[in-house]
Design a protein. Structure first.
Length: 213
């Protein structure tokens, strides 16, 4: 996920129907394009079924063969890519989920301006599982869901959730946040080559790949 150059959220808002988000099966995902490589991609991943995990395609480097580990409580799970959909920026992983309960899928359609939450590991500001609150805005022409809940770097692959009574339901995977250009400046590097340096800010809207089309 592209890092937005803006201040961190100043509050961590827990979903109204769930008191402890740390109990949710949303974990840190670490990916190496080669097992021996020192370079890691860090993101988020969500359990959606028995031994079935969902994250973004860019979180696994758009590849079927990276070395993937899921950092779950008290254990590390080695996972493999089962399915990759680059167009939707979604990846499905296979990995042991013994003792873990998946988050149930959306049971009824989202309503306009309904409260929703993005949950994942922002990384840029905090290593804790974090929830940000917003509203369901609309579904765009590409069938992606637009919500006003903020998503920060590292929350890619995390879950977008709603409260249905006293139950949390997942309706999609966080892919990225819309950004706006804050400023553009002409700069020169050490070799004397001029380039445009662009500073972005978070627009406050996140793009969600729906779990169910």
């Amino acid at each position: 996920m592209s890092t937005a150059q803006a201040e961190a959220p100043n509050s961590y808002r827990t979903p109204s129907c769930f008191t402890d988000i740390s109990q949710l099966p949303i974990y840190n995902l670490t990916v190496k394009l080669r097992k021996t490589s020192e370079l890691e991609i860090n993101s988020s991943v969500v359990l959606i079924g028995k031994d079935l995990w969902r994250t973004t395609a860019h979180s696994v480097g758009y590849r079927m063969d990276p070395y993937i580990t899921i950092i779950a409580p008290h254990k590390t799970i080695v996972a493999k890519v089962m399915l990759l959909d680059i167009t939707k920026d979604v990846a499905y992983l296979s990995g042991d989920s013994t003792g873990l309960t998946p988050i149930p899928a959306l049971s009824t359609p989202l309503e306009q301006s309904e409260s929703v939450w993005n949950i994942g590991y922002p990384g840029l500001f905090d290593q804790r599982l974090t929830s940000t609150e917003g509203m369901f805005a609309r579904v765009d022409k590409d069938r992606r869901i637009i919500v006003s809940a903020i998503a920060w770097g590292g929350m890619s692959g995390g879950a977008s959730l709603r409260c249905n009574g006293d139950t949390l339901e997942i309706f999609g995977t966080i892919t990225h946040t819309k950004r706006m250009i804050l400023s553009e400046r002409l700069r020169t590097n050490k070799q004397g080559k001029a380039h445009i340096h662009t500073t972005y800010m978070n627009s406050g809207y996140s793009i969600i790949a729906p779990l169910i089309e």
